[in-house]
Design a protein around this ligand. Structure first.
Ligand code: SF4
Length: 276
């Protein structure tokens, strides 16, 4: 059962048209609110189980920021990337809403949370209160912040929104996405600075050569070793039906290459219900 409170005004704020911001939200910004370090665009805030990665199954509060510097065609948080919607919430409001839930893990996700200057303030405030923090990031931006687990998801060539895959149909973002999707220096910095996991969304066996090339490049650039157990393969799919087609193949690829398989617990349990 999704564990959300629909009466919570901070829950699913994306559905409130009055909060919609039509700004592009597609690149690192330094707005007055962000530079003050006190406000963040929050698409939704909810309590559920972490669905992916090393902490799959752990009860967590999710703070989903809005805005992303990439445009994966399969993005499962469309309203933080392709059509970003959000309310600007103060860090105090976010902290108060997190505290409403009985969890000691907080997952800061997006969108791409690292594009916002204010994310550092939020993470510092969460750390001060003793929360374990996971930051889910595409790995294109490094920030120095108290992060307990950097869940880094480098985007493969198969994520690029070519005209035939672009949900808006014109391929307008393809070149920019392709140019920006891998930043080896940022990926290596994240791997060195934090306990981390490299989580790849896999559509099939054709993705593995590229994954191995990216892992090799990060290993060459990083100071610390990156064990195979920190490299996670996750099946592409945001519905049970889609996962049924990719799950077994991706699990077999993980076993074959010595990487770790991660399920998508929230999809297995709640399918594509919002706020899970
Ligand atoms: S990086 Fe993440 S949030 Fe951004 S478009 Fe890709 S899947 Fe969506």
């Amino acid at each position: 059962m999704p564990v959300n409170d629909d009466t919570d005004p901070l829950r699913n704020v994306a559905g409130d048209d009055t909060t919609r911001d039509t700004a592009s939200d597609d690149a690192p910004r330094d707005t007055a609110s962000d530079s003050a370090g006190e406000q963040l665009p929050v698409n939704e805030l909810f309590y559920s189980l972490q669905g992916e990665g090393k902490l799959a199954g752990v009860p967590s509060v999710f703070v989903r920021t809005s805005g992303c510097n990439l445009r994966c065609w399969f993005c499962d948080s469309y309203h933080t990337s392709w059509e970003p919607t959000h309310a600007q919430l103060s860090v105090d409001e976010i902290i108060a809403s997190v505290a409403d839930h009985d969890a000691d893990h907080v997952v800061v996700t997006g969108g791409e949370p690292m594009i916002h200057d204010g994310i550092v303030t939020l993470l510092e405030r969460l750390a001060d209160r003793g929360y374990h923090t996971t930051v889910e990031t595409n790995g294109t931006i490094y920030r120095d912040a108290p992060i307990d687990l950097a869940s880094v998801s480098p985007k493969l060539a198969s994520s690029t929104p070519t005209a035939d895959r672009d949900p808006k149909g014109d391929g307008e973002w393809a070149e920019r996405h392709e140019n920006d999707r891998i930043d080896v220096d940022a990926l290596a910095q994240l791997a060195d600075a934090y306990e981390s996991q490299l989580k790849f969304v896999v559509t099939g066996g054709d993705d593995l050569p590229e994954i191995e090339r990216i892992v090799d490049r990060i290993r060459a650039a990083a100071n610390d070793p990156i064990p195979d157990g920190d490299v996670l393969l996750m099946p592409e799919g945001t519905t049970r039906t889609e996962l049924d087609e990719t799950r077994q193949r991706v699990a077999e690829l993980a076993a074959e290459h010595g990487y770790r398989y991660t399920p998508r617990v929230h999809v297995d349990v709640w399918n594509d219900a919002p706020g899970t």
